[in-house]
Design a protein around this ligand. Structure first.
Ligand SMILES: Cc1ncc(C[n+]2csc(CCOP(=O)(O)OP(=O)(O)O)c2C)c(N)n1
Ligand SMILES: [Mg+2]
Length: 581
C-alpha cells in the first residue's frame, strides 16, 4: 500500500464521512482512497467552493470534514474558504499535495500560505510516520477545533508503507475489496461506515484516536459560585448563546426558566431557542427593535459559548450602562475579549448550565406583558414598513416575507455577504440551530452558494435555500453545476440590484463616482437554466407564483429565483457593518 492510500484509509477509519475537493494528480490517489473506504466525495468546481462546502458540512453535522486539493494552485484557490473556516474554529482536515522541489511550477511555501490565514500546517514526512501524522492532524482538527492543512509531499505519497498490513476483508454489504465500481464525481453514496472484519494495523491506529476524545475541563467551584451569585442577583437576565452553545439548548432553556432569563443567540447559533416563548432570536445588528430594547434593558448578560463580539453587541451598545457581563467558554482567552466581562467560567456550556440549575425559581425578566410583546413584536415581519415595490422591482422585504410564507418550514438557509444579507438572515425563519449556516467570520463575498451545498449534503432532509446578492452569485457561480449534478433540491435566491450594493450605499451619499460598482442587467434566470436549473424572474410580488408552482412539482431540478430588487436604500444593518471596517 502506498502512503496516499493509507492516509485516505486512516481518515475513513477515524470517522470521516464526507470529503469535498477538486482532484488533480497530486491528490488523485488520496481522494480515491477516501472513496474506496466509504467516504462520500463531492467534487466541487472550484477549490474555494470545496473548502466552504466542507466548512458548512462540518458546522451542520458536528463532524470533522475533509477537503482534498492539488498542490500549489489547488491550495491557494481554497485559501479564502480556509480563512473563514479557521476564524470560525471549524474542524477540517485539508489534504494538500505538495511539490517540495522549488523548481516545480506548483511550488509555493504552503506552510506560510496556510499559517497566514490562521490554519494549522502539518505534514506527513515519510512512510514510517504516515499514520502518526495523519491521525494527529485529525485529532488536532477535532479536539482543538482547528482547520488543519496536512501537506503531503508527492514523493512521500508515492512511497510504499507497511502500514496497511493485510487488506481488510470484505464485510458483507460494503464495497471494500475486489473491484470497485467507478462513480461519477460527487455522486457516491454517503454515510456507510465499512465494518472491517479483519482489522488491519491501520484500523487499530484509527480506532485508538476515534475512541480517545478528551472531555471539556470541569469548571471550578469558585467560578460556578460567582455565576450563581450573579444569576441570583439579577432582575433582568438575558442569555446570549453562540456557536459553543449549540449542543446545550435543553440545559440553557432549563436554567433560563429557573432564573427568569430571556433567550437570544448570536447569528451563528440562530434558531437555537426556536419554539420557546422567551426566544428573542438574534442579538446584534440583525436584532429586531424589540430584541435590541430588551438586551439593552438587561441587568445581566451571560454569553454562553459566545464571543459577544461587535456584531452581537452592536459594538457594545447593546450592553446597558449598569449591566453586568458574564461569559462561559471553553477558552479563557474568549472572556472579556470584545466587551469587558465581570465574570468568566471556563467549561462546557451544557455542564455549567446543568450545575447551576438546582435552586429556587425566579420570575426575573419574564412577565406576561413581555411574553405578549415577544409574541406580537418578536419577529422582523411584525415590524411595519412601507412596501417600495414598483417599476419592475420588488422590495427585498416583501420578497423575503413572501418566500418565508411559501417555503416549507423544514429548511436550511445559507446567506452570502452584501447589503442584501439581513433580509434572508432575518425574515426567513429556521426550525432550529441546524437550519441556518452563516459563513461570515471573514466577511467574504462569494461563499454563499457553496455554504448552501455543504449544508444540503449535511441535511438531505431539509430544503436548502441559498440567498445571494448578484455580486456573490457571479463570484461563486461555478458551483451551480455542482448543485445540478448532485441533484440537490435547492432554491437559490438572487437579490439582484445590479450592483455591489454595499459599496453603492457606502460611497454614494458622499458623491463619489459609482461606475466601478454598478453593472448592466444580466439575465441570471437564463444563465441558471443553462446550468440545468429551473428559474423564475421576480419583478413584483405576483411573480412569486412561479416559486409556489415549483414547490408543488417534483422538484427534480433546483430552482433559481432571480429577484430584481429595489436598491434605493441601504439595509438597516449596513451602517453597523461599516462601523466595523
Ligand atoms: C471576496 C470579497 N471581495 C470584496 C468584498 C467587498 N464587498 C463587500 S459587499 C460587496 C458587494 C456584494 O455585492 P452583492 O453580492 O451584489 O450584494 P449587495 O451588496 O449588492 O446586496 C463587496 C464587493 C468582500 N467583502 N469580499
Ligand atoms: Mg448586488
Amino acid at each position: 500500500m502506498i502512503v496516499a492510500e493509507a492516509v485516505g484509509g486512516l481518515l475513513a477509519a477515524a470517522g470521516v464521512r464526507a470529503a469535498f475537493g477538486v482532484v488533480g494528480s497530486g491528490n488523485f490517489h488520496l481522494t480515491n482512497a477516501l472513496v474506496s473506504h466509504g467516504v462520500r466525495f463531492v467534487a466541487a468546481r472550484h477549490e474555494g467552493g470545496a473548502a466552504t462546502m466542507a466548512d458548512a458540512y462540518a458546522r451542520m453535522t458536528g463532524e470533522v470534514a475533509v477537503v482534498s486539493v492539488h498542490q500549489g494552485p489547488g491550495l491557494t484557490n481554497a485559501i479564502t474558504g480556509l480563512a473563514e473556516a479557521a476564524k470560525s474554529r471549524t474542524p477540517l482536515v485539508v489534504l494538500a499535495g505538495e511539490a517540495t522541489d522549488a523548481r516545480s511550477n506548483f511550488h509555493i511555501d504552503q506552510d506560510a500560505a496556510v499559517r497566514a490565514v490562521g490554519a494549522v500546517p502539518m505534514r506527513v514526512t515519510g512512510p514510517a510516520e504516515a499514520a502518526r501524522h495523519t491521525l494527529e492532524a485529525f485529532r488536532v482538527a477535532r479536539d482543538e477545533r482547528r482547520t488543519v492543512v496536512l501537506n503531503l509531499p508527492l514523493d512521500v505519497q508515492a512511497a510504499e508503507t507497511e502500514l496497511g498490513g493485510e487488506r481488510p476483508e470484505r464485510a458483507a454489504g460494503t464495497e471494500l475489496g475486489g473491484e470497485r465500481p467507478e462513480r461519477a464525481a460527487g455522486t457516491g453514496p454517503g454515510g456507510e461506515r465499512p465494518d472491517y472484519a479483519g482489522a488491519s494495523e491501520l484500523d487499530r491506529a484509527a480506532a485508538a484516536v476515534r475512541e480517545s476524545r478528551p472531555g471539556a475541563p470541569a469548571a471550578s467551584a469558585e467560578q460556578l459560585d460567582g455565576l450563581r451569585r450573579l444569576l441570583d442577583g439579577a432582575e433582568r437576565p438575558v442569555f446570549v448563546a453562540g456557536r459553543g452553545a449549540r449542543h446545550a439548548r435543553a440545559e440553557l432553556v432549563e436554567l433560563a426558566e429557573r432564573t427568569g432569563a430571556l433567550l437570544a443567540t448570536s447569528a451563528v447559533a440562530k434558531g437555537l431557542f426556536r419554539g420557546s416563548p422567551w426566544d428573542l432570536d438574534v442579538s446584534g445588528g440583525f436584532a429586531t427593535p424589540l430584541t435590541a430594547e430588551l438586551v439593552r434593558g438587561a441587568d445581566l448578560v451571560v454569553g454562553w459559548g459566545c464571543a459577544l463580539n461587535m456584531w452581537t453587541t452592536r459594538h457594545g451598545s447593546l450592553i446597558g450602562p449598569g449591566a453586568k457581563v458574564a461569559q462561559v467558554d471553553l477558552d479563557l482567552a474568549a472572556v472579556g475579549l470584545h466587551v469587558p466581562a465581570d465574570h468568566g467560567v471556563v467549561g462546557d456550556v451544557a455542564e455549567v448550565a446543568r450545575a447551576l440549575t438546582a435552586g429556587g425559581e425566579r420570575a426575573g425578566y419574564r412577565s406576561p406583558e413581555l411574553a405578549r410583546r415577544i409574541r406580537e413584536e418578536g419577529r422582523w415581519r411584525a415590524v411595519p414598513y412601507h412596501d417600495e415595490s414598483g417599476g419592475g422591482r420588488i422590495d427585498p422585504r416583501t420578497l423575503t416575507i413572501g418566500l418565508d410564507d411559501l417555503l416549507p418550514a423544514e429548511r436550511i438557509v445559507a446567506t452570502d455577504s452584501g447589503n442584501f444579507m439581513g433580509y434572508p438572515a432575518m425574515f426567513l425563519d429556521v426550525p432550529d440551530e441546524r437550519g441556518f449556516c452563516f459563513t461570515q467570520a471573514f466577511q467574504a463575498v462569494g461563499l454563499g452558494l457553496a455554504t448552501a451545498i455543504g449544508a444540503a449534503v449535511a441535511r438531505p432532509d431539509r430544503l436548502p435555500v441559498a440567498a445571494l446578492g448578484d455580486g456573490g452569485a457571479f463570484m461563486g457561480i461555478a458551483e451551480l453545476e455542482t448543485v445540478v449534478r448532485l441533484g440537490l433540491p435547492m432554491v437559490v435566491v438572487v437579490y439582484d440590484d445590479e450592483a455591489y450594493g454595499a459599496e453603492v450605499h457606502h460611497f454614494g451619499p458622499h458623491g463619489h463616482p459609482l461606475g466601478t460598482v454598478r453593472f448592466p442587467p444580466a439575465d441570471l434566470a437564463a444563465i441558471a437554466r443553462g446550468y440545468g436549473f429551473a428559474a423564475v424572474t421576480v419583478t413584483g410580488p405576483a411573480d412569486l407564483a412561479g416559486v409556489a408552482e415549483w414547490l408543488k412539482g417534483p422538484r427534480e431540478r433546483p430552482l433559481l429565483v432571480h429577484a430584481k430588487v429595489t436598491g434605493d436604500r441601504p439595509s438597516w444593518w449596513l451602517e453597523e457593518a461599516f462601523r466595523g471596517h
